[in-house]
Ligand binder design. Structure first.
Ligand SMILES: NC(=O)C1=CN([C@@H]2O[C@H](COP(=O)(O)OP(=O)(O)OC[C@H]3O[C@@H](n4cnc5c(N)ncnc54)[C@H](OP(=O)(O)O)[C@@H]3O)[C@@H](O)[C@H]2O)C=CC1
Ligand SMILES: CCCCCCCCCCCCCCCC(=O)[C@@H](N)CO
Length: 359
């Protein structure tokens, strides 16, 4: 036997007769753990590169349109609690004065100021531009603009007055374009700022009864995506918030004409308090997150409808990749149940009508 043959037989013996392979699972486990650790380290290394620096609200000038009521008022209070100077914008002066008092109660130092401006944000761009100029002269350049002025309306498509489709787009869409347009030049010059748009869960899915309202909220998403791509190099960050039904005077008003179907479908994601919405959206805007959602349904809807919207952290991107298929599966069940709500309501109505005729 040659020495070469001896060596190969030793190796074969070792491979087949020693029990090194018992260690194989451990070796594999070690490799997997090493990969996971390396991946997590990589994430932490890269994430500060793509997440913006948080905005300091202390001493910042925040303009809140629709700040005299509901979600807008709560957002103003939340910012005031963090030391901001606030400009409240809305039409009704008495509501503005009342809201100013409530916001002032949240002061954390005696330098803070609340300014009120009465203007319709949806009608005349020149007017909006001039009030923004006024408030910048008094409280300094705007650091954060919260576009919250808006209204909702629900009703069946053929029963909604045609005029309503125009007014919804005017208030909810143009009423966000005008103030944004009025603050953006100064923000670009200063290379800093935050713009927030308050859309709605009805700006992520179209629902029964929202043929006039939903499109005006979907429009904000298109505006926000385009604007964010233009503004990112100037260190300006855009946030779109998608709240569910929120307990405000606006919702109470909407409920007066709400079709049964819309009510039953909206109940899926429940009713939130405006303070809760305010906390979440202000935090997201400060961090510069593009997307801001409330509650578990809101989270699922946002992951599901992320499309080509910008990501603000690697974790967010990974979550979207991993959950998309699962959430779509869940969504199909939701859609099925919405369809069945609509069908049942229709059958009920027709039966009631037939009974009426017989009488
Ligand atoms: N409540 C809810 O369930 C949800 C609401 N949203 C959105 O959040 C925003 C606020 O809603 P909510 O707090 O319920 O509403 P409210 O009706 O309680 O408040 C609306 C605010 O906007 C102001 N406003 C309305 N129209 C104009 C205008 N043309 N120019 C200037 N200010 C205006 C109002 O003041 P004034 O009338 O004096 O001008 C008021 O301050 C809306 O855009 C709404 O679509 C989104 C999801 C859920
Ligand atoms: C995985 C998929 C999950 C799907 C969850 C679907 C939940 C649908 C609920 C929609 C609620 C719409 C609220 C509109 C609020 C609004 O804007 C008005 N009230 C304004 O006043």
């Amino acid at each position: 036997m040659s020495s070469e043959e001896g060596l190969s037989s030793t190796i074969t013996d070792w491979l087949f007769f020693s029990s090194w392979w018992l260690l194989l699972p451990f070796i594999m486990l070690l490799v997997v753990v090493a990969f996971v650790v390396a991946f997590v380290l990589l994430l932490y290394m890269i994430s500060p590169l793509i997440s913006p620096k948080p905005l300091k609200l202390n001493g910042a000038h925040v303009v809140v349109t629709g700040g005299s009521s509901g979600i807008g008022k709560s957002i103003a209070m939340e910012c005031y609690r963090q030391g901001a100077f606030i400009t409240l914008v809305a039409r009704d002066e008495s509501k503005l004065v009342q809201a100013k008092k409530e916001v002032e109660k949240c002061a954390i130092n005696d330098k803070q100021v609340v300014l009120c401006i009465s203007v319709d944000v949806s009608k005349d761009y020149g007017q909006v531009e001039s009030v923004i100029k006024q408030c910048q002269e008094k409280l300094g350049p705007v650091d954060m603009l919260v576009n919250c002025a808006g209204m909702s309306f629900s009703g069946k498509f053929e029963e909604v007055e045609v005029e309503r489709f125009r007014s919804m787009m005017e208030v909810n869409y143009l009423g966000s374009v005008y103030p944004t347009r009025a603050v953006i030049t100064t923000m670009k010059e200063r290379r800093m700022g935050r713009i927030m748009f308050i859309s709605s869960q009805a700006g992520q899915i179209g629902l029964f009864g929202y043929t006039a309202y939903s499109p005006s909220k979907f429009a904000l998403r298109g505006l926000a995506e385009s604007l964010q791509m233009e503004m990112k190099p100037y260190n300006i960050y855009v946030t779109v918030a998608y709240p569910p039904d929120t307990d405000t005077p606006g919702l109470a008003e909407e409920n007066r004409t709400k079709p049964l179907e819309t009510r039953l479908i909206s109940e899926t994601s429940g009713v939130t308090q405006p303070e809760q919405v305010a906390k979440i959206v202000v935090k997201d805007a400060v961090q510069g997150n593009f997307n801001s959602s409330v509650g578990p349904d809101g989270y699922m809807l946002s992951a599901l409808t992320c499309g080509m919207s910008p990501v603000t952290s690697i974790t967010e991107g990974l979550q979207q990749i991993v959950t998309m298929g699962l959430f779509r599966t869940i969504a199909l069940f939701y859609l099925g149940s919405f369809d069945s709500i609509v069908r049942r309501c229709m059958i009920q109505r027709e039966q009631a009508k037939a009974a009426d005729k017989r009488e």
